[in-house]
Design a protein around this ligand. Sequence first.
Ligand code: PBG
Length: 326
Amino acid sequence: MPFPQRRLRRLRRTPALRRLVAETRLTVDDLVAPLFVREGIDEPQPIVSLPGVVQHTRVSLVEEVLRLRGLGISGIILFGVPTKKDAVGSEAWNPDGVVQVALRDCRDAVGDEMVVMADLCVDEYTDHGHCGIVGADGDVDNDATLELYSHIALAQAEAGADVIAPSGMMDGQVAAIRAALDGGGHEHLPILAYSAKYASGLYGPFRDAVDVTIAGGGNRKGYQQDWHNAREALEEIRFDLAEGADMIMVKPAVTYLDVITAARAITDVPIAAYHVSGEYAMVKAAAANGWIDGEVVALEQLTAVKRAGADMILTYFAGEMAETLS
Ligand code: PBG
């Protein structure tokens, strides 16, 4: 026999055939758009390392949310950039702080038609740029930080967030936030836990977006995960589920497809993956040089993330992809 009986190329012959046998489909329903809102600006500010993404004013944020709704996007996640930063990040739970007012604006604008998520962390709000309270030994104090997170969860819930998404990687953060939410009458609010969040080099453009510099040239390796480890991610996920996480996240996405697949095998709760700022920036930069077709690569990467086992993807490509996919 000169060739195998069943030739695999037969099912690749036409676009319609390929569509029919496609195992994975990326749809607009899978996408969540991360958005930045900055206090004290009159015009949206471009973010040089994230072409096409801006720091929004309260007004331009609502316009963008309505535009995304029009494109069929069902989720956004909000990050705030305050004018005032301090050692504990107190603007993060100020009811009149930038994220709280923006959450209310979005809630008023779209009602229940979109899922408005709130990233819960303090790094955008602390003057040292860490995700918690820095103790006398220079390390981030885990349990003292949990108290801050509890305040933030309540402030975000009261401002109308649909989903609380803690990203600080403190041990016990899901349990602390769940207790705070339940104690405040917010039993219905789900938690999307950034469970397997790695100390990645791919967050650089995000730190430009939120004006964060970690003091003393520091890093987050003391609380975010070491990228040498995959099994450890499953421990993080198991702990978060035991503490009450409703959904879990793997972050970044494309460098951690193995972790997404491993997570899929141990849990049936929805899995989110965050295609982070550096992943977006790399595609944009290479495309701007004419070295790759950015739209094709974005589609390929996001589809791969879904194929690996993610149910939803947080991505700066959300708006563009919604246009491509429609
Ligand atoms: C922390 C947080 C970060 C990102 C989301 N939440 C930055 C960090 O951990 O340093 C990064 C997202 C991205 O790079 O797109 N609040």
